[in-house]
Every structure is written in C-alpha cells, then in structure tokens.
Design a protein around this ligand. Structure first.
Ligand code: GDP
Ligand code: MG
Length: 163
C-alpha cells in the first residue's frame, strides 16, 4: 500500500493551486531518482487520518502554454512510474483539449488508480459543462474548484479509498 499521489495535466488547469491548498509542508526536494525530480514540488498532506505525499508536476514550465506535448508526456510517464495513484486534472473553462486527449490515451493504459478532476467548476453552468469530460474515456469525474476547495472532499474520499 503506497502513499504517493501525483497531479498531472497540461499547464494552467490549476494543478499548483490544488497542490498548495492541500499541502501542510513542502518536503525536501529529492533528486536521487533523476535530475528531473528537481523540477517537481513535493508536499505532505492527509485526509481523514490518512497521510500521503503529493507531487505537483510540470512546475518547470511556469505556466507556459507553448510546452511541447512530448514534455507533458514525459511528465506523465515519470509521475506514473513514481506514484501509487494519479490525479489527472483538466479545466472546464477551456473544455476538452487535444492535449487532454493525448494524456488520457496514456492514462487509460495505466494499471494504477487514476482520478479525473475537472477543475474550475465555479458555478452550475460549469457543472453542466463538465459532462463533456466523459469523452476522455476515464469514467467518473470529480468536479472541483481548487480556488475555494469545493468538491475536493469527495475527490480525496475516493483517493484514500484507492491508496
Ligand atoms: P497549473 O499550471 O496547472 O499549475 O495551474 P495553476 O495552479 O498555476 O493555475 C492556473 C490558473 O488557473 C491560475 O490563474 C489560477 O488562479 C486559476 N485557477 C485554479 N483553480 C481555479 C478554480 O477552481 N477556478 C478558477 N476560476 N480558476 C482557477
Ligand atoms: Mg503549476
């Protein structure tokens, strides 16, 4: 039973906002695995008495929109190797993008729990719009708003059940 959870997704979907909301303290940055781990944020969190480590991926792109898809794929593959469970974050404001679809293709092949978090669900209209993410073929999704924490409780309930 592992306890490492990676948050993956394309830039600007709200991964770091989610990460910063959840972590209680930042862990020392580990770079023994490879140089790439230096570019990721690690933090500790817990939910209902269950502790876990959270990895915020893609920190090195600094919100850049023109990241190459290959870079995203690399981040996802690293996260999948390292993590026991994956939170795949997408953004209802922009809807399903080709990069989301590409990441979904990778994650559908993964033999670890993958939780689909549809972020920026700030109102009822966006809650309705979130249904389009069923098209990613990952099943049930969790509508959340990382800025105010709405929906994150249900996501974390499901997460710790799978850890
Ligand atoms: P990252 O690149 O995936 O780490 O995304 P960030 O956490 O840096 O967030 C990108 C932008 O989305 C920032 O301007 C955030 O304030 C915004 N954002 C994050 N979560 C939400 C949310 O729940 N609702 C809205 N409306 N904006 C959000
Ligand atoms: Mg970020």
């Amino acid at each position: 039973m592992g306890n490492i959870v990676a948050v993956v997704g394309r830039p600007n979907v709200g991964k770091s906002t989610f990460f910063n909301r959840l972590i209680q303290r930042r862990e020392a940055i580990v770079d023994s695995v490879s140089g790439v781990t230096r570019d990721r944020n690690y933090g500790k969190s817990d939910w209902n008495g269950r502790s876990f480590s959270l990895i915020d991926t893609g920190g090195y792109v600094k919100g850049s929109d023109d990241i190459f898809e290959a870079e995203i794929d690399k981040q996802v593959e690293l996260a999948v190797d390292e993590a026991d469970a994956i939170i795949f974050m997408v953004d209802v404001e922009s809807g399903v993008t080709p990069m989301d679809e590409e990441v979904a293709v990778l994650l559908r092949k993964v033999d670890k729990p993958v939780l689909l978090a549809v972020n920026k669900v700030d109102n009822n209209k966006r809650l309705e719009n979130a249904v389009e993410f069923y098209s990613l073929g990952l099943g049930e999704y969790f509508p959340i708003a990382s800025t105010n924490g709405s929906g994150t409780g249900d996501l974390l309930d499901a997460l710790i059940e799978k850890l």
